[in-house]
Design a protein around this ligand. Structure first.
Ligand code: K1U
Ligand code: ZN
Length: 173
């Protein structure tokens, strides 16, 4: 397993639409293991493969409360089947936009389907943090970031801040 570097805004790869996984190969299993290790190390409750530069439709999640009782999930080709009319607001963060948090409104409950690492099809209902997280991660697979739900003013401010930081970094500090 390996911890892989996480892409940071405004890396253009974060805007790519990821491709479906056709077959669960040893490389896909290795990628999933690396994603879980990278997510736990960050630490985060979710990670999409594109955040480590791999444009495949894979996400990892663990919304368990205790570090002692990890509940890792690997979701391949996930899709939302149903979303509630009721909305919920949650203060979201993103490992690709470090130390920036804003409230985002999304459907309160969702039903989603995915393929697991054994090739089985799984359908689940989620509410709370899991519902928020799976929507945030599926957005990543479509090149959508949580800042896209904010006002243009807020989004432009955060993009400008990270663009300047990237320029400073490229110039050597
Ligand atoms: O996709 C990502 O960038 C991961 C992101 C997922 C997420 C967080 C909050 C709401 C929706 C989606 C994160 O994990 S940010 C870090 C974070 O929220 C967290 C970190 C440690 C413990 C608990 C939460
Ligand atoms: Zn994110």
């Amino acid at each position: 397993m390996a911890i892989r570097p996480i892409l940071i805004l405004p890396d253009p790869q974060l805007r790519l639409r990821s491709e479906p996984v056709r077959e669960i190969t040893p490389e896909i299993r290795q990628l999933a293991a690396d994603m879980l290790e990278t997510m736990y190390d960050a630490p985060g409750v979710g990670l999409a493969a594109i955040q480590i530069g791999v444009p495949k439709r894979i996400i990892t999640m663990d919304v368990s409360k205790s570090e002692d009782e990890r509940q890792p999930l690997v979701l391949i080709n996930p899709e939302i089947l149903w979303a509630s009319e009721e909305k919920r607001t949650y203060e979201e963060g993103c490992l690709s936009i470090p130390e920036y948090y804003e409230e985002v409104e999304r459907p309160d409950r969702v039903r989603f389907r995915y393929t697991d690492l054994d090739g089985g099809t799984v359908e689940r209902d989620a509410d709370g943090l899991m519902a928020t997280c799976v929507q945030h991660e599926i957005d990543h697979l479509n090149g959508v970031l949580f800042i896209d739900y904010l006002s243009k003013l807020k989004r432009d401010r955060v993009v400008t801040k990270f663009r300047k930081a990237a320029k400073r970094e490229a110039a050597g500090g």
